[in-house]
Design a protein around this ligand. Structure first.
Ligand SMILES: Nc1ncnc2c1ncn2[C@@H]1O[C@H](COP(=O)(O)OP(=O)(O)O)[C@@H](O)[C@H]1O
Ligand SMILES: [Mg+2]
Length: 388
């Protein structure tokens, strides 16, 4: 800052015109700086000027008709007006001086003692201090932002840590559980075949096999989740083909539940992905959509329900939107849905790994997945994939 050559805007709020001339003359005697004086003669016009115009400093008379300068000072503080305010007073009064300081006045000067050099110096110091305060505020703001970024980073690292330990756990779990599960499954199949005339035992064995498959699926989900490096198997995958495979699996379920399926602008787009896992991601989203619609029905929304799949292509990306007419996601849960083991479903119905796994997979292909919008009337998930 160069206070020697600058021009400064000074606001004078004083109900006495003679005082205005007096201050104006003192300011015009000042050699080194140029002060542009604006004069307001009442509490109201002064306040308006403080609010709406920009001044470097304000000289505020203690006596202002039915108000005092202290009243106006208080109001200015309430409104967070940044302009520094100097209280002018006819007679020195230590109590008022103290009060003015406590409320936030920058200075307090007695008019009778005022000379041109004293006024110049007071204005210069006050303006400098106000500028320093602004700098300090800026720095504080920057520091706060930095701190926020750091906190955000820390929580990301924590999340990665958690993922890493889940990964470790998953691979040893897969080994420890996979082998005995395979043995149990093949024995169950064998027993099922042997129980030719025993329908009830056959059904029991069917249940055993189904439950084993559920466990295997869970272990596989965990394994997918554990994979953090970009996959070696990324190829050009035909989106249309994957969608058709997935829909073949789900058609029956959708019909049974009276859910209409709308498909818009599906083309044989080629994207960087893996066909099996991409199918898994879409299946996860569609199964979630079916669950959300079931939930909406349970809460009395029995009107027609649908799931819409729509596709777009732009800027090297293929976007897939999955929109359902289900129960929606509450604001509180919105930040949680991609986290491992977050589920709102009953035990046995949800693992809380579907979206986490999908997130990791899509990310490993260089794409992204997010909730585009949600309300009590449904949700849209959005997947962006890189064009191959
Ligand atoms: N389409 C959707 N509509 C409403 N809620 C959803 C939807 N998709 C996911 N959710 C919420 O996100 C949670 C996590 O989903 P997910 O990771 O697939 O695990 P899970 O389905 O096993 O609960 C669900 O329990 C549900 O609360
Ligand atoms: Mg799910």
């Amino acid at each position: 800052m160069n206070l020697a050559i600058n021009q400064f805007r000074v606001l004078l709020i004083d109900d006495d015109e003679d005082e205005h001339f007096f201050i104006r003359d003192l300011l015009s005697d000042i050699k080194n700086s140029h002060f542009l004086l604006t004069w307001k003669s009442s509490y109201q016009s002064g306040l308006e000027s403080l609010k709406n115009e920009s001044h470097d400093v304000c000289l505020l008379d203690y006596r202002l008709g039915e108000y005092t300068g202290i009243d106006l000072l208080k109001k200015a503080q309430e409104l967070n007006i940044a302009c520094p305010i100097i209280i002018l007073t006819g007679q020195g009064d230590f109590e008022t001086d103290l009060q003015a300081m406590q409320i936030g006045a920058s200075e307090y000067i007695i008019k009778g003692q005022l000379t041109s050099p004293l006024l110049e110096r007071t204005l210069r110091y006050t303006i400098k201090q106000a500028m320093d305060m602004e700098d300090l505020k800026d720095q504080k703001e920057k520091y706060k932002k930095l701190l926020e970024e750091r906190t955000e980073m820390e929580s990301q690292i924590l999340m990665q840590d958690r993922m890493a330990s889940i990964g470790l756990l998953a691979s040893s779990l897969a080994h420890e559980i996979g082998t005995p599960m395979g043995v149990i499954r093949s024995r169950a199949e064998l027993a099922q075949k042997k129980a030719l005339d025993n329908k009830s035992l056959q059904q029991d064995m069917e249940t055993v096999i189904n439950q084993i498959d559920r466990i295997s699926k869970l272990v596989n989900s965990l394994l997918n989740l554990a994979r953090s490096k970009p996959s070696d198997y990324v190829t050009a995958v035909n989106v249309e083909q994957v969608i058709n495979d997935v829909l073949n699996l789900l058609k029956h379920e959708l019909d049974r539940k009276n859910i209409a399926l709308q498909i818009q602008k599906l083309q044989p787009y080629l994207v960087k992905s893996e066909s099996g896992p991409l199918g898994q991601v879409l299946l996860n989203l569609l199964v979630n959509a079916i669950h959300a619609i079931e939930d909406a029905k349970e809460h009395g929304r029995n009107d027609s329900h649908s799931i819409a799949l729509s596709f777009e292509e732009s800027n090297g990306l293929v976007t897939i939107l999955v929109t359902d007419t289900g129960c929606g996601i509450s604001q509180v849960n919105l930040n949680e849905v991609f986290k491992p083991f977050f589920t709102t479903k009953d035990i046995g119905h949800g693992t809380g790994l579907g979206l986490t796994t999908s997130y990791k997979l899509v990310q490993s292909w260089g794409g992204s997945i997010s909730v585009k919008q949600t309300s009590a009337l449904g949700t849209t998930f959005k997947i962006n994939l890189l064009k191959a």
